[in-house]
Design a protein around this ligand. Structure first.
Ligand SMILES: *Cc1c(COP(=O)(O)O)cnc(C)c1O
Length: 372
């Protein structure tokens, strides 16, 4: 069997090659490469998909977060609450706005921010909260909205891993002031390069974000503020538009393969070798990542690699223990759940184009490792 990659980018391209090729060629022929018709259409389509009014295409998921905080006026002296179990882009956006990231531990059911611990971290400087729908499983948005209302906090959702995921039947991106998406190639809805999108119901915020992404200009060369160069290009927008038509089917296949892994590995869980990912009630989890908790994680990882299965670790060091954040004053055992997950979590290959044969082969390798 060929090596099984963590993400099946080539397989996905093959499955929709004709449509992607014609979308790209269409852009090449028009000669309009930045913020054109495809970006405009994708903004509307993404907004509609998420159940909100507006979309703003930007250069990456990181910029979607950065520009949102900037536009919402997060600044020096402010505190923003988030999870330590995420990619650094989430906390970077907070620091780079001049504010302080305040971490709250996760719960071990959902791997998302533990909503029962948030209140104790709120101070008079707390301005916002960034829930991250990690691995594609939505946070408890009922509780987060309740807390935000009580303390007058702005919610900015980090939806980079969760397009199409739902909390109580409502899609992520529609719960906060702004929902931030990434089109990084390996995400569930990936471009062929970098790209990102903010969705929102707020028209004023939309206008501001559309200025910020082009150096704060209202009309070309008329600047009323400073901004960035953070535009989504036409080629990426054209590609993402083709893929958006397939996202529900693809997410459904991710759910199918996750459930196949759960079935295949149930006995290993009974024998205490692994802990299968859980879905909390009331959510639709879209399995951007299938995160298995595994005894001797590093041994298993090496064994799978030897047997032609690429895996990942998302993430080996929680943010509060990253070297870059020494000055924030966090220490080991501040967030025991995030720390224990970082030690034993492993991401198995999971993408729509997997086959039953591959899922069974990966599962067999894992069983062989524990029974050898
Ligand atoms: C990927 C990711 C981002 C950043 O998106 P980019 O498009 O790579 O800049 C932010 N937050 C989370 C949780 C992510 O997984």
């Amino acid at each position: 069997m060929d090596k099984i990659q963590l993400v099946g980018l080539k397989e996905q391209y093959r499955s929709i090659k004709a449509d992607i090729d014609s979308a790209v060629l269409g852009v090449l022929g028009k000669g309009n490469f930045i913020l054109g018709e495809n970006v405009k259409s994708l903004e509307q389509e993404m907004a509609k998909y998420c159940g909100v009014k507006f979309g703003i295409g930007v250069a990456s998921g990181t910029d979607a977060l950065d520009l949102s905080l900037m536009a919402l006026g997060i600044k020096e002296g402010d505190e923003v609450i988030t999870t330590p179990f995420t990619f650094i882009a989430t906390s970077e956006a907070i620091s780079q706005a001049g504010a302080r990231p305040v971490f709250v531990d996760i719960d071990l059911e959902s791997f998302n921010i533990d909503v029962t611990l948030i209140r104790s971290k709120i101070t008079k400087n707390t301005k916002a909260i960034i829930p991250v729908h990690i691995y594609g499983q939505p946070c408890n948005m009922d509780e987060i909205q309740k807390i935000a209302k009580e303390f007058n906090l702005t919610i900015i959702e980090d939806c980079a891993q969760a397009i199409g995921a739902e909390f109580k039947g409502k899609r992520v991106g529609s719960f906060g002031k702004a929902g931030c998406f990434s089109f990084f190639p390996s995400k569930n809805l990936g471009a062929f390069g970098d790209g990102g999108m903010i969705v929102t119901d707020d028209e004023e915020l939309t206008k501001k974000l559309k200025m910020l992404r082009v150096h704060g200009s209202k009309d070309k060369y008329y600047h009323i503020m400073e901004g960035r160069n953070s535009r989504l290009d036409e080629m990426q927008a054209a590609i993402v538009r083709v893929k958006l038509n397939h996202i529900d089917k693809w997410n459904q296949l991710r759910i199918k393969w996750a459930s196949a892994f759960n079935n295949n590995l149930a006995d290993l869980q009974k024998a205490d070798f692994v802990i299968l990912p859980k879905e909390v009630s009331g959510v639709k989890h879209v399995y951007h990542i299938y995160g298995l908790r595994a005894k001797d994680r590093d041994g298993l990882k090496a064994y799978l690699e030897e047997n032609g299965v690429q895996t990942g670790v998302h993430y080996p060091i929680p943010l509060h223990l990253q070297e870059v954040y020494r000055d924030l004053g966090y220490k080991k055992s501040d967030f025991p759940n995030a720390e224990s997950l970082a030690k034993d979590i492993i991401s198995l290959p999971l993408y729509p184009e997997l086959t039953q044969e591959q899922v069974d082969y990966i599962s067999k390798c894992i069983k062989d490792f524990y029974h050898k």
